[in-house]
Design a protein around this ligand. Structure first.
Ligand code: ZN
Length: 439
């Protein structure tokens, strides 16, 4: 038997393709007139989603019609997506069979609303053929990820979804987002500077044997097109969703525990950050991933620009690595708390660096400590050793303590001895004693 028709697919030696009979049915389908028909159409294309690269780009207008309380309005965009999906299904769609002996490539890409990924083989003649496509809509919190996080999320979703094909085998992981190369590409370990979500995802990737490869966006048609096709949201929680959900809860726990050490709550930081003109800009640029070139290097925004690959959002609060970015209006309150025990400059900076960030934080700490009398008096008399009591002697003259004090008057020095039997002696000395030995 050369080929079989099985569950809507035709399978032969080259791979599998959709059954033309099933496709013919959808070709004749008129545009939907209610949300029920949209749902059936989406269900159908979801079934063949592994063939359709552009799904994550085409689905959003149709998905919008199936939302709860959404008014049914068939727009020109809906019509365009509908026509395009039909057109794609009519073209020659073929997914190749998986062959563990051929080189494996995994590529992923993200758009604002979804991610797409593809696993393919590179054949000896240099051609690449897809084995499986996936696409996934981003949830509302995921849509707030920074661009680098969306791109990384695409890779992580792809790797966990294609786990069965990849685990224990070497593969190439392809991205069009260059900063991910340093974060996920370093075999020696995960760079400490990467933001918390990225760092946790990097740990997942340590389980796999891969080479990460950068491909210019212009040559990145495959997965890019894929991430526009969004898969059905009504799916059971899959393995990769659980992995991601767990990381999300870890990241939020981290935020909460940092806030517990501060005199501010996450709600306050979120609300004040929204009002803060500087942080609103940072928020906008980080979400879009589109930072304008900064000409004034001393401006506050340039501090964030320089750290843009390490910024992320947790529960809508801006994070710089594991540190919460504090809006201007809350700086004084946070500083006051960190300064509570007068820890002096070095210690205070250490404490601040473990919790919070804003552009001039080091300078603000220095100014605060310098203008604080209590910090100044502590700094002048540093305690070099921990104070402790001598053990109590058991007999008189067992131990003799001696010290001198002065000058009490211009020419008088005093010599003090004290023996633990209670007798104290003091004697004026003519000049400063010359100590021969410190023992
Ligand atoms: Zn102080």
């Amino acid at each position: 038997m050369e080929r079989i028709t099985f569950l809507g697919f035709i399978i032969d030696k080259d791979g599998r393709r959709p059954d033309p009979e099933k496709i013919a049915a959808v070709q004749q389908m008129p545009p939907p007139t209610n949300d029920g028909q949209v749902r059936s159409f989406l269900g159908f294309i979801q079934f063949y989603g592994s063939f359709v690269k552009e799904l994550f780009r085409l689905r959003p207008p149709l998905d919008a019609l199936t939302k709860k309380d959404a008014k049914f309005l068939w727009t020109s965009q809906c019509q365009k997506s509908f026509d395009r999906v039909k057109q794609i299904l009519q073209s020659d769609l073929l997914l190749t069979h998986f062959d563990p002996n051929l080189p494996i490539i995994v590529a992923a890409d993200a758009s604002q609303y979804g991610i797409g990924a593809v696993i393919s083989h590179r054949f000896p003649d240099g051609s690449e053929k897809a084995i499986y496509h996936i696409s996934k809509a981003l949830t509302a919190p995921q849509r707030n990820y920074s661009q680098i996080e969306k791109e990384a999320f695409g890779l992580i979703t792809a790797v966990t979804k294609f786990h069965k094909f990849l685990y224990g085998r070497h593969f190439t992981l392809r991205t069009d987002h260059k900063p991910l190369l340093t974060i996920f590409g370093d075999k020696k370990g995960i760079p400490l500077y990467s933001a918390n979500r990225l760092q946790r995802w990097a740990i997942i990737l340590l389980n796999y044997d891969f080479t990460i490869e950068y491909v210019n966006t212009n040559h990145f048609g495959q997965a890019d097109a894929l991430s526009r096709l969004i898969s059905d949201q009504i799916q059971q929680k899959e393995c990769e969703d659980r992995v991601v959900a767990q990381i999300e809860s870890e990241v939020i726990t981290n935020l909460v525990s940092t806030c517990e050490q501060l005199p501010v709550t996450a709600d306050m930081i979120r609300a004040e950050s929204k009002k803060d003109p500087l942080l609103s800009q940072v928020y906008k640029y980080t979400v879009s991933g589109l930072w304008p070139p900064i000409t004034d290097k001393s401006s506050q925004i340039s501090f964030f620009h320089n750290r843009r690959d390490q910024l992320s959002f947790v529960a809508d609060c801006i994070m710089f690595n594991d540190r919460i970015v504090i809006p201007s209006s809350l700086k004084a309150r946070v500083l006051k708390m960190i300064h509570r025990a007068h820890p002096a400059i070095v210690r205070m900076k250490q404490l601040a660096r473990s919790l919070v960030y804003w552009p001039s934080i080091d300078k603000d700490i220095e100014n605060m400590v310098r203008s604080c009398d209590q910090c100044a008096s502590v700094a002048k008399n540093p305690i070099k050793n921990t104070l402790c009591s001598w053990p109590i002697p058991t007999a008189p003259w067992q131990r003799l303590h001696a010290d001198y004090a002065g000058p009490l008057e211009p020419t008088t020095w005093s010599w003090w001895t004290h023996s633990p039997n209670g007798r104290k002696l003091s004697q004026p000395l003519p000049s400063q004693p010359q100590l021969q030995s410190t023992s």
